[in-house]
Design a protein around this ligand. Structure first.
Ligand code: ADP
Ligand code: MG
Length: 153
């Protein structure tokens, strides 16, 4: 596990960007790389993802998909296909996510999948999910912990 403290949104984005680059280097051979994000509203999950998407070379802006549960972006890097941004904020049962083709998405070798509010679908997260928690220290300070199943970043 690694622990990070950030003092402003730009630092949280930078952390996301660094992690994305790390993942591009460490391509998994067992299905998609899944990242599960958890933590309270305003914790910085979407902010982190904006940096993360930038690190993947995605040009589109990442927004909090309030009414959209799943968004798909193309990754323009050799060996990769799609970046999925899933937000489970409005999800009550894992079944709702399964209904969106979740199993197929996470078995695609060339996909990177990030799930906000991942704790809502804990029981269907793949074993190699990287777990990232966001906690408030005060208004602008966040504690971000990364639990990498194979190694620490
Ligand atoms: P979540 O997706 O977890 O609900 P967001 O990323 O949408 O959170 O919102 C985080 C909010 O907190 C933003 O308004 C952002 O400007 C603010 N913020 C202040 N300090 C930080 C920080 N260190 N890291 C991330 N966001 C921060
Ligand atoms: Mg969010």
């Amino acid at each position: 596990m690694s622990e990070h403290f950030t003092n402003r949104p730009s630092q949280t984005k930078k952390l996301g960007q660094i992690l994305a680059k790390e993942i591009l280097k460490e391509k998994t051979k067992k299905g998609a790389q899944v990242l599960g994000l958890r933590g309270v509203l305003g914790g910085g999950k979407t902010t982190f993802l904006q940096g993360f998407a930038k690190g993947l070379g995605i040009k589109e802006k990442i927004l909090s998909p309030t009414f959209v549960i799943l968004k798909k972006f193309e990754i323009q890097k050799p060996g990769f296909e799609f970046f999925y941004h899933i937000d489970c904020y409005r999800i009550e049962k894992p079944k709702e996510i399964l209904g969106l083709g979740f199993k197929k998405i996470v078995s695609g070798l060339q996909n990177i999948v990030v799930i906000e509010w991942a704790d809502r679908i804990q029981e269907i997260l793949p074993q190699n999910t990287i777990l990232i928690s966001f906690e408030f220290n005060n208004k602008d300070k966040r504690r971000i912990t990364i639990k990498w199943p194979r190694k620490s970043v």
